[in-house]
Design a protein around this ligand. Structure first.
Ligand SMILES: [Ca+2]
Ligand SMILES: [Ca+2]
Ligand SMILES: [Zn+2]
Length: 328
């Protein structure tokens, strides 16, 4: 029996395996001081995390609380905006488990036309200005060999990305649809699809529009990453001014199909719409340095379904610009 592309996609979606190896998003509600995340809303966010985890195989190294290097204690701090207030937070004494990205989530009225906002940065003590320092490589690159730990010092040679995580703030100013079963698309016409916005913001935490390995491949207003160029039919895809998103309205096929959809990482979304990651969105993650598993061919789908740097402190800050779009 020939399955339509949409049915194939639904089959693949319903068969997301639990993450065994690879990436794990650890969703942290410590800063959800307004209580935005009820259990049912948390479940939708978990679905968004699982959707991305299912195809990302990298094994990120653990980040220890601190280390003694050459007799001196070296520390690092995750830096992010408190998702419930927008104020900057710098944490001390934090360790991150292997495989894991920690994502602090919450909600506030962000204002303007912004649906949600992702922020992350890392502050580390410096122990001399040399590349290849193992401690700094672990903290800033998480064992990903292609991470340039001095990306702001030319040349930026980053071909990979190893973040600790970040924060995502969702705006309380909009009507959200919290889909209790994201394998079926039924977003009401008067609401924004929370799942779609969550996977968009997680894409920024994964480096789309933010990682040094992304910006290395930005040329003017196009993106030259080879996977993305191939997914775009051999032409470098256009970017929104500033380079943080695909150009507004950029489309690409849904994985394993010839069904186009507006990309998940274009700057905006309208009410009543579900946005999955398209081939171009997944390709961007590959160009950043993530190991993305292939989508099963339709025949296989059935089987599948059957079963920053200073003298003492590095401060890298990546923050999506707050433009007129819905999802900075
Ligand atoms: Ca549904
Ligand atoms: Ca990698
Ligand atoms: Zn965005």
């Amino acid at each position: 029996m020939k399955l339509s592309p949409l049915v194939s996609l639904a089959a693949a979606v319903s068969a997301w395996p639990a993450a065994q190896a690879g990436l794990i998003f650890q969703l942290d509600y410590t800063y959800d001081t307004s209580g935005f995340f009820t259990d049912s809303r948390k479940a939708v966010l978990e679905s968004a995390a699982s959707y991305l985890e299912a195809r990302i195989e990298d094994n990120l190294a653990a980040i220890p609380v601190n280390s003694v290097v050459s007799g001196a204690t070296q520390t690092w701090k995750p830096v992010f905006n408190n998702p419930s207030t927008g104020s900057q937070v710098q944490l001390t004494g934090v360790s991150i488990p292997a495989q894991t990205m920690v994502v602090y989530v919450g909600a506030r009225n962000i204002g303007g036309g912004t649906l949600a906002q992702a922020t992350f940065a890392t502050s580390v003590t410096a122990i001399g200005d040399f590349r290849g320092d193992p401690w700094r490589t672990t903290v800033l690159g998480r064992g990903q060999a292609g991470v340039d730990i001095y990306p702001t010092v030319a040349p930026n040679t980053s071909t990979d990305f190893g973040p600790w995580g970040g924060s995502i703030s969702f705006s309380t100013a909009f009507d959200w649809y919290f889909d209790s079963d994201v394998s079926t698309v039924d977003v009401p016409g008067n609401s924004y699809d929370f799942f779609s916005v969550a996977v968009h913001e997680m894409g920024h935490l994964l480096g789309i529009g933010t990682a040094a390995s992304w910006t290395r491949q930005v040329s003017g207003t196009t993106f030259t990453g080879p996977y993305s160029v191939a997914a775009n039919g051999g032409t470098p895809p256009d970017l929104q001014t500033g380079g943080g998103h695909w150009d507004n309205g950029t489309t690409s096929d849904l994985p394993g199909t010839i069904t186009p959809q507006e990309t998940a990482l274009d700057p905006d979304i309208i009410k009543g719409v579900r946005k999955w990651y398209t081939e171009l969105d997944w390709a961007a993650l590959q160009d950043i340095g993530w190991q993305v598993t292939p989508v099963p061919e339709p025949g296989e789908t059935l089987v599948f379904a059957g079963v920053g740097l200073g003298l003492f402190v590095l401060f890298r800050r990546r923050r999506s610009a707050s433009r007129a779009g819905w999802m900075p």
